[in-house]
Design a protein around this ligand. Sequence first.
Ligand SMILES: Nc1ncnc2c1ncn2[C@@H]1O[C@H](COP(=O)(O)OP(=O)(O)O)[C@@H](O)[C@H]1O
Ligand SMILES: [Mg+2]
Length: 310
Amino acid sequence: MKVAVLKGGRSLERGVSLRSAARVEDALERLGHKVVPIDVGSDLVKRLRAEEPEVAFVAMHGVGGEDGTAQELLEILGIPFTGPDAAACARCIDKVMAKAAMRGAGIPTPDSFAFTQTAFRELGAADALADLEGTLGFPLVVKPSRGGSSLGIKFAGAPTEVPGALIAAFSYDDRVILERFVAGRELAVSVLGTEPLPIVEAIPDGGDRYDFEARYEIGRTRFVCPADLSPTERAAVTDAALATCRALGCEGFARVDLILAADGPWVLEANAIPGLTDTSLLPQAAEAAGMSFEELVTRILDMALAPSAA
Ligand SMILES: Nc1ncnc2c1ncn2[C@@H]1O[C@H](COP(=O)(O)OP(=O)(O)O)[C@@H](O)[C@H]1O
Ligand SMILES: [Mg+2]
């Protein structure tokens, strides 16, 4: 089959996308498919028209590829593609919208407030910070609404740290979230078709828990799959993840990030196009379920070609 692999683009997660795509291309070739690699740019529509792929494998992360932009074009061109549809991607990429949808569906997601840059510049939002800090408490988490790979996320331990964290987050998006910090175990549930894959736990190994750059260096975070959970915990976490996928419309293929606190799971976000690199969580979860990377890629392609068979 002729498969276009969409990758790269101008997203801040371009590097991760290229690594996901390299692994996918390799697997597709080994499976005997004809691979058309496309580094997404201004000639995307022309290239797709010229190549006429039977299906597109979207291996893009972040704004531009995971937010529904590329998916919208694929829908217009009538090319089946992997992963959630444009609308679901648009919901997942935007944490403000995603969290609102979760709340609407009764899914526990940490309390938060969202602000645009305009609110600070033109509406005096800074004057409201003390009130919301009182509601959320410290530490609190500041993050860009649309982002990924922990880019632009900072923990503020005191009011003096909030302005700096806001500036950092605003350099990634013009809307930011201030969120209640949830202490607990960090879990990720990958969903493939109707089934949740074994749950992955990310365990930071010492160091500064809040320094993401350090944490994602090789060896600073240990991943355990399947996570050591009681049947009750596993059921609660899985239910929250599946409910999140339903609420956001990304059933079939997604990874839900949650924190399991003493009072149960709290959903942080759903990733419409989870990473597929050799250190990514979805492939690790698939492997724990006894699925090779080739089998995983085949399942993802099959769902694109026959969505109802998911
Ligand atoms: N409210 C929170 N409480 C505790 N840790 C958080 C919270 N929000 C984010 N984090 C930490 O930051 C990481 C990235 O946050 P997430 O919301 O998943 O954004 P991203 O899209 O960057 O992955 C999480 O995996 C977790 O380690
Ligand atoms: Mg995440």
